[in-house]
Design a protein around this ligand. Structure first.
Ligand SMILES: [Zn+2]
Length: 387
């Protein structure tokens, strides 16, 4: 098997808990890749020989971003809605229905090529693991095919039939559909099941019913909760021991206690607050309370159409008072944890060789230089895909 040694790494972020500090930094580092895995990490002066040598030129290397929350399977454009929102109209959950009509009308090929373009866009910005949800089909056929499309790009696919109740259906009838024929058609293509638990979408009892049905079909639960209002979604996620509950913008003291006392990760999506002019989640308060936090993009055509994890890091640091180290850790190792993965998000022997070369001397530049394309190279499973 060919081995590659990357030397001249000025600053290597490993996220290895066996090393010092949150990020397990190694300076003047080298890293050896064998096949798709990391074979060795350490000081450059001690690096073993390898078949191929790459010089990082003193730049920083970080684990590839793990984006644990995205909605990439859709058709149509909602820039006019964004413009309207920026000129005074509020964001509501109902806008999802406009994308549903366009998605249903698109061919499989159109959906696939659209997802391919967005995945390539993410990859070019350093994302090496991503989750993709359905949720713009909302019929048995369209949810199943959305997940089949997503499966071509990632194992981390999530059935989100319970995104919003379609306009022509009662909530009760729709929950029956989601937990019955739609779940049966979706489950073979999905690892996860998710519910948009929010005013205007699904309430806590409906979410509980839908997650239980998913669990009975072998899908693991996650939840959109407390994005637009206070509600019981976060506490439901903690009670059920879900791996992650996402958004967490409006939290009561009891919600924070529930998160602290559980293993459930609060996945914060600051691109949404940026794009909807909502108040940001209190990341600082959550971290200080001992809550585990991940950052993800929530890339979707309505509330947040960014695919940039670097932007999410910059927003987390500037607007949510996370430190640059906390934000990067949340966008890599904690993103992996939010997908219950321990093979990615960490650069240590045996882990996936998913890494990003930054055109910067330090990871801090991700927040220090917002909006600047800093990704100089990306390796996915040991193969260079960029740079
Ligand atoms: Zn979402």
């Amino acid at each position: 098997m060919t081995t590659t040694v990357i030397t001249g790494i000025g600053e290597l972020v490993t996220n290895d808990p066996g090393r010092e500090g949150l990020l397990g930094l190694v300076h003047d580092a080298a890293l050896v890749v064998e096949g798709g895995r990391i074979a060795w990490v350490g000081p450059a002066a001690e690096a073993p020989e390898a078949d191929v040598q790459v010089d990082a030129g003193g730049r920083a290397v970080i684990p590839g971003f793990v984006d644990s929350h995205s909605h990439l399977v859709f058709a149509g454009d909602r820039s006019a809605e964004f413009e309207a929102r920026m000129t005074g109209q509020p964001y509501t959950a109902g806008g999802i229905r406009t994308t549903v009509a366009r998605t249903r009308a698109a061919s499989d090929e159109q959906l696939t090529s659209h997802v391919a373009r967005l995945v390539a866009e993410m990859r070019a910005q350093g994302t090496t693991t991503l989750e993709i949800k359905s949720g713009y089909g909302l019929s048995v056929h369209d949810e199943a095919r959305s997940l089949a499309v997503a499966r071509q790009f990632t194992e981390e696919t999530t059935f989100l039939g319970a995104h919003v109740v379609p306009a022509d259906t009662s909530a009760e009838a729709y929950v029956d559909l989601v937990t019955g024929p739609m779940l049966a058609a979706a489950a073979p293509h999905a690892r996860w099941i998710d519910v948009f638990c929010e005013d205007g979408a699904f309430d806590v009892d409906q979410a509980r019913t839908i997650l239980a049905a998913g669990s009975a079909s072998g899908l693991r639960g996650r939840l959109h909760a407390n994005q637009l209002t206070y509600g019981g979604g976060v506490q439901l996620a903690c009670e059920l021991g879900l791996v992650a509950v996402d958004h967490c913008t409006f939290l009561s003291p009891l919600d924070v206690e529930s998160l602290r006392d559980s293993r459930t990760i609060a996945t914060l999506l600051p691109g949404v607050e940026f794009s909807t002019r909502q108040p940001y989640p209190d990341a600082r308060g959550l971290l200080d309370a001992g809550v585990r936090i991940a950052l993800a993009s929530d890339c979707n055509p309505g509330s947040c159409f960014t695919s940039s994890m670097a932007l999410c890091i910059a927003l987390a640091v500037r607007e949510m008072r996370m430190s640059p180290a906390e934000a990067l850790h949340a966008a890599t190792a904690m993103g992996a944890a939010a997908l219950d993965r321990d093979d990615v998000g960490v650069l240590a022997p045996g882990k996936a060789a998913d890494l990003v070369l930054l055109d910067a001397p330090s990871y801090v530049h991700l927040a220090y230089r917002p909006g600047v394309p800093l990704v100089a190279g990306v390796w996915q499973a040991g193969r260079p895909t960029l740079g």
